[in-house]
Design a binder for this molecule. Structure first.
Ligand code: FAD
Ligand code: 2HG
Ligand code: ZN
Length: 483
């Protein structure tokens, strides 16, 4: 299992579920929201990658903040550990139990509460599925400020809790910017109402930020208020080929400089990623003629003037072609063609799953150095592994994935700690957008100083003194369970 096989012990201070606990929860939530069914537990215990698996005997489905509060208050008093779960699409083993933690799935809390059509501020429950929110907004003339391949399953509460990045980050920025407020329930059941809907509010510490990206370790997010931009009518997408990484990098610089505010995505993949998708996903084809291109780039623009935006993109592409930055390219002629281009980029994760074992890294690096780690990894591993580099180039975020037919300790020993040391040496981040979860809880020091990590542990202790919230995740185990 490679990096999944972190050897940790169950915290003996946690209680185990009794029949009295079950009766209590049935009374609180009603029989059908207290799940003990083997098949449903099997699904809830297993992560999306089928790499991390817990052995929880209990899945709870609250329908209101009050129910979440009652659940946590009870679990805290009983020392029952809890794992909050959204769409279970997380890629770092954070959303499933490690041992027998109670799974609290927020999916039934999926109401849209309000949309202020003047400001574009949406207030909703945390269990709303990202794609459903985006479709709702589309009818109202707005767009979600984030988009990811998992949009059909991931929930906004999960997105906020992981501080998900995704494909629109370059345009709309981090959730730390667009989330205006949230409601969260702490381990002791107290409800923090921070569901502000103001753009500006400098009244003391902005505590909502603690819950953005804390991966369920500080409490359960139950409601969210988020600023959604107007949905602009003119969207163009180009699928381009570049001969080398330097060309991709220069193309990015040019795109930022000349396309300016209309630029809404700048994504890249290498030819190894393209091959992976073509081999494992049905109905996907390379829109460019087969050739020896090493890199592909997707550039999307979003603006409000159909003809002006198109002209601007075409002029940019022509200049880049003449300057040798682009070797070939095609602009989507309609929405279907555009989705077929996106399918290539968004399908890599799924294709990798079909290919066998995958070692997944999500790195932030200075753009100039970003692809060097892929090259180095490839020469370290030789032909025994397929090394893929792709990601959100516009945000300096590389997805380095290594694919082998099955998990192999010798391959793993070649990858780690090399990949983390390399990232640290270049002052990068070992988690750009997926979080630390279980996979990287003990690796945080590669990106954060020990003083910072210690302060994080103190905050965790303050908010969750018994350590019941998503234990074994995010912070090093040595700090989580110290006295
Ligand atoms: P889960 O996986 O259920 O949970 C993730 C973490 O959040 C866990 O630690 C969990 O305990 C916690 N959590 C969930 N809900 C709550 C809540 N209400 N309160 C407190 N804690 C909670 N990520 C990106 O950043 N960018 C991408 O482009 C991207 N693309 C992806 C593409 C695919 C195909 C897949 C499978 C995943 C992708 N991801 C991406 C990763 C993942 O989808 C995101 O991290 C997503 O935000 C997780 O949402 P979720 O509802 O599935 O949360
Ligand atoms: C993406 O950008 C996701 O496609 C998933 O963040 C990346 O699978 C991965 O490594
Ligand atoms: Zn990503």
């Amino acid at each position: 299992f490679g990096s999944a096989s972190t050897k940790i012990q169950r915290n003996p201070l946690f209680a185990t579920i009794t029949s009295d606990d079950i009766s209590h929860f049935k009374e609180l939530l009603g029989e059908k929201n207290v799940i003990q069914d083997k098949d449903r537990l099997l699904t809830a215990n297993m992560d999306w990658m089928r790499k991390y698996e817990g052995s929880s005997q209990l899945l709870l489905q609250p329908r209101s903040t009050d129910e979440v509060s009652q659940i946590l208050k009870y679990c805290n008093s009983r020392r029952l550990a809890v794992v909050p779960q959204g769409g279970n699409t997380g890629l770092v083993g954070g959303s499933v139990p490690v041992f027998d933690e109670v799974i609290v799935n927020i999916g039934s809390m999926n109401n849209i509460i309000s949309l202020d059509k003047v400001s574009g501020i949406l207030v909703c429950e945390a269990g709303c599925i990202l794609e459903n929110l985006d479709s709702f907004l589309a009818n109202q003339g707005f767009i979600m400020p984030l988009d990811l391949g998992a949009k059909g399953s991931c929930q906004i509460g999960g997105n906020v809790s992981t501080n998900a990045g995704g494909l629109r980050f370059i345009r709309y920025g981090s959730l730390h910017g667009s989330v205006l407020g949230l409601e969260a329930v702490l381990a002791n059941g107290s409800v923090l109402d921070m569901l502000g809907t103001l753009r500006k509010d400098n009244t003391g510490y902005d505590l909502k930020h603690l819950f953005i990206g804390s991966e369920g370790t500080l409490g359960i997010v139950t409601k969210i208020s988020i600023l959604t931009p107007p949905r602009l009518s003119s969207v163009n997408l180009a699928f381009l080929a570049c001969k080398d990484y330097l060309s991709c990098q220069k193309l990015l610089q040019e795109a930022k400089r000349t396309l300016g505010v209309v630029l809404s995505a700048f994504e890249f993949l290498d030819s190894y990623s393209m091959d992976m998708v073509l081999t494992h996903l049905e109905g996907v084809r390379n829109p460019l003629p087969p050739s020896t291109y090493n890199f592909y780039v997707l550039i999307e623009t979003t603006g409000s003037s159909e003809s002006y935006d198109k002209e601007q993109l075409e002029a940019f592409l022509l200049r880049s072609m003449e300057g040798g930055l682009i070797s070939d390219g095609v602009v989507a002629q309609d929405i279907n063609q555009a989705s077929s281009f996106w399918r290539i980029r968004e399908g890599i994760t799924e294709a990798l799953m079909k290919a066998g074992a995958v070692y997944k890294y999500d790195l932030s690096l200075p753009v100039e150095q970003l692809y060097n780690v892929v090259d180095e990894m490839r020469s370290r591993l030789g032909p025994s592994a397929k090394v893929l580099g792709y990601g959100h180039l516009g945000d300096g975020n590389l997805h380095l994935n290594i694919s082998t037919p099955e998990y192999d300790d010798t391959v793993f020993a070649q990858i780690e700690p090399f990949v983390y040391e390399w990232t640290s040496k270049h002052r990068g981040s070992i988690s750009a957008e997926h979080g630390l979860g279980l996979m990287k809880a003990n690796k945080i020091h590669y990106s954060k100083s020990s003083e910072t990590v210690q302060l994080m542990a103190s905050i965790k202790k303050l908010l969750d003194p018994n350590g019941i919230m998503n234990p074994y995740k995010v912070l090093p185990h040595s700090l989580l369970f110290q006295d």
